[in-house]
Design a protein around this ligand. Sequence first.
Ligand code: NAD
Length: 252
Amino acid sequence: MEPLRVSLVGASGRMGQAVQDCARRHPETFALIGMPGRGDDWTAAFEHCDAVIDFSLPETTDALIEAVVAARKPLVVGTTGHDDEGRGRIAQAAKSVPILLAANFSVGVNALFWLTRKATEILGPDFDLEVIETHHRLKKDAPSGTARRLVEILADVRRLSLERDLRPGRVGNAGPREANEIGVHSVRGGDVVGEHTVLFAGMGERVELTHRAASRETFAAGALRAAAWLVRQKSGRIYDMEDVLGLREGDS
Ligand code: NAD
């Protein structure tokens, strides 16, 4: 079988380098055929690829989706930190071309998503919910895309509102904790690749679910795996890594 021809946006960044390293270790499966930068004609650059992978900045999204729609190519978005409008534009483009948007491509983190949903269901409303994430000193967005996804899962199971119930950090006279709060805390420092803990704190006991990434390889390998999966899918909705791994509720 011919290798999957991948075009990579953000190739010079930390994740871009990791995707390049991973693809080069598997030349029988993946061929990087384009790494366009700022100022390049992206639609033309995407013409001969099977799929596009993006690890750049949320500000790049508009130009990127315009180009993949024009070139009619599937897009894997690894970039995090999009606002609601950016996500809306990605959802609109997903009606025309297959798009997968994943806050985190690691199998372990996607298992953490699944376990978080189950633990929240089992433990019920008497447990206080807090998410703590730690990343390297250069990370731009906070909280991380993975922490946002964990918070979405907690809010979904407990039927809470992110606008009303999210507490990003606490400072000053924050007062006693409300039962419905979901705390989220971002720690930054050094070269930490990425750590996430979901804390379920009850009276007399607590449960902590933690994932620690030791290298970016797991994200890079997951993004390439997602691209190989996405080229076989139809447009219509935004996919995520839980679709690739068959972790959706109702999947057997
Ligand atoms: P980085 O700052 O090292 O790299 C970003 C790269 O994008 C830079 O090289 C920059 O030059 C390039 N870039 C920016 N605008 C561009 C444009 N218009 N055209 C072409 N290139 C452009 O950041 P990073 O650590 O590699 O992370 C990149 C993104 O991926 C971040 O949003 C980060 O949060 C996210 N991320 C996602 C996962 C995941 O599993 N989904 C894992 C790690 C990081």
